[in-house]
Design a protein around this ligand. Structure first.
Ligand SMILES: Cc1cc2nc3c(=O)[nH]c(=O)nc-3n(C[C@H](O)[C@H](O)[C@H](O)COP(=O)(O)OP(=O)(O)OC[C@H]3O[C@@H](n4cnc5c(N)ncnc54)[C@H](O)[C@@H]3O)c2cc1C
Length: 425
């Protein structure tokens, strides 16, 4: 079992409950692999329907991206409502818009309903535009969502600066449906809620093999096995070779994060006084928020290796100080990184891999809210809802070509996108 990275979230989360490794051969209606938001939400929604679920996690709940992310609860997808209608047709596009527009509602409802202690705040989400191209994009986005009667707005330059404390943006999209959570505490709270509803959760239980035995799926771990009529794979950017080709359906990209020491009382009045989550329209974007003690949590793309060596975080710190010159030379208390799973079509995938075997993954850096919704949709599929009645279209496994060359491809793509960000912000 691998320890959690030494992140701000690991240092400040609610204590974990203890989930024993799977021992012996057990039976269930559904076996779930992966204890991030996707797997935990699937387990919770199945258990609430009275469906017997066993979840196996190689490490501990929240160990993957779910316990390392920026904690920004972002409604919607990268594609806006009109783009969803263009891609999926009028009827499907509308249903999908309703679903993805409700992802933040689901997160905050679960937090309230299960009394999850995770510093959840519906403080809004801001997407800052660094230049004219970004500004046009946020205006279009706001128009699109306003037509859906969503609680969104455009912020002009002075308003973004007043809310964020940064003058890096010429305008922004404000989505009042969004907010922030302490992500590891949210994952642990979902695990507690799922276990309380009857799901059986096992840490330190890597799934080693998954095979079809008659009408059932048999999943093998080092000290046990689960036989179930249904199986759901929720391993996202940490997918291994358990199901051939699944890891090649997404591009795992490392995202690095730093957290400063708590801000002074004066700076708290300037930097995110309303505690919104902030991201950008840049192609290679930065994102930031403040935690409960007003530490600035700032992340973005840097290196290609997972390390806590401070030298590897120099570029992120430079971007933090150029967004907030007022910070001077900030003291960095925490550094960590995690894998974001990208898809080439910019939408998450609900894959049907084989009869009664599903996978949900590929949130493109917007997974806190969407993976929670994905878990609900996966539970509906397992419970017997037909594919056509689920708003997110079901897909089959499609490998990304030249996946083995992804490190080179990512480096080239990022260099090219950074150049475009400079030329046409
Ligand atoms: C640095 C960073 C910042 C981000 N910021 C944001 C943000 O602010 N807002 C937002 O919406 N999204 C953000 N994201 C994305 C978001 O965190 C993810 O989309 C979301 O957490 C995905 O959850 P998941 O459950 O699908 O995957 P994960 O949380 O990665 O969970 C997968 C789990 O599967 C387990 N696993 C893998 N293989 C096996 C196996 N064989 N057997 C058993 N277990 C296995 C792993 O141990 C892991 O715990 C960020 C991601 C990163 C990395």
């Amino acid at each position: 079992m691998r320890a959690l990275p030494k992140s701000l979230w690991a240092a400040t989360a609610t204590p974990p409950a203890s989930y024993p490794p799977l021992r012996g051969h057990v039976k269930a209606d559904c076996v779930i692999v992966g204890g991030g938001f996707t797997g935990l939400s699937t387990a919770l929604h199945l258990a609430e329907r009275g469906i017997d679920a066993v979840l196996v996690e190689a490490n501990e709940p929240g160990w993957g991206a779910s316990g390392r992310n920026g904690g920004q609860v972002i409604p919607g997808l990268k594609l806006d409502p009109s783009e969803l209608r263009a891609k999926y047709g009028e009827e499907r596009g509308r249903r999908l818009t309703t679903t993805v527009g409700a992802t933040a509602d689901l997160v905050f409802d679960l937090i309230a309903r299960h009394h999850i202690d995770c510093d959840g705040r519906r403080s809004g989400w801001i997407q800052g535009a660094p230049g004219p191209k970004g500004l046009a994009q946020v205006r279009r986005r706001a128009e699109d969502w306003l037509a859906e009667r969503a609680d969104v707005a455009v912020l002009e330059r002075g308003e973004v600066e007043a809310r964020t404390g940064s003058n890096a943006y010429v305008g922004a999209f404000l989505d009042r449906r969004g907010g922030t959570v302490q992500p590891l505490s949210y994952a642990r709270g979902l695990a507690r809620a799922a276990a309380a509803a009857g799901a059986r959760i096992h840490s330190d239980s890597p799934a080693l093999a998954l095979e079809r035995v008659g009408q059932y799926w048999k999943l093998i771990t080092p000290a046990g096995a689960v036989t179930a009529s249904h199986a759901v794979l929720c391993t996202n950017g940490y997918s291994d070779q358990l199901w051939p080709g699944l890891s090649e359906t997404v591009i795992p990209v490392l995202s690095s994060v730093v957290a400063t020491e708590p801000l002074s009382d004066n700076l708290r009045k300037v930097i995110l006084p309303g505690r919104e989550g902030v991201s950008e329209t840049r192609r290679v974007l930065n994102w930031f928020s403040v935690d409960g003690k007003w530490r600035v949590v700032f992340g973005g793309r840097t290196h290609q290796q997972e390390t806590d060596d401070p030298r590897a975080f120099g570029a992120v710190v430079n971007r933090l100080t150029s967004a907030f010159p007022i910070l001077g030379e900030p003291r960095i208390e925490f550094r960590w990184a995690g894998y974001v799973a990208l898809t080439t079509d910019h939408v998450p995938h609900l894959n049907e891999l084989a009869p009664n075997l599903f996978a949900g993954l590929g949130y493109n850096g917007r997974g806190v809210a969407m993976s929670t919704m994905m878990g609900k949709l996966l539970a509906e599929r397992v419970a017997g809802t037909r594919a056509q009645d689920i708003p997110l279209p079901t897909t089959t496994l499609t490998r990304i070509p030249f996946h083995g060359w992804r490190a080179t491809g990512i480096a080239l793509a990022i260099g090219w996108k950074r150049l475009q960000d400079r030329i046409n912000p």
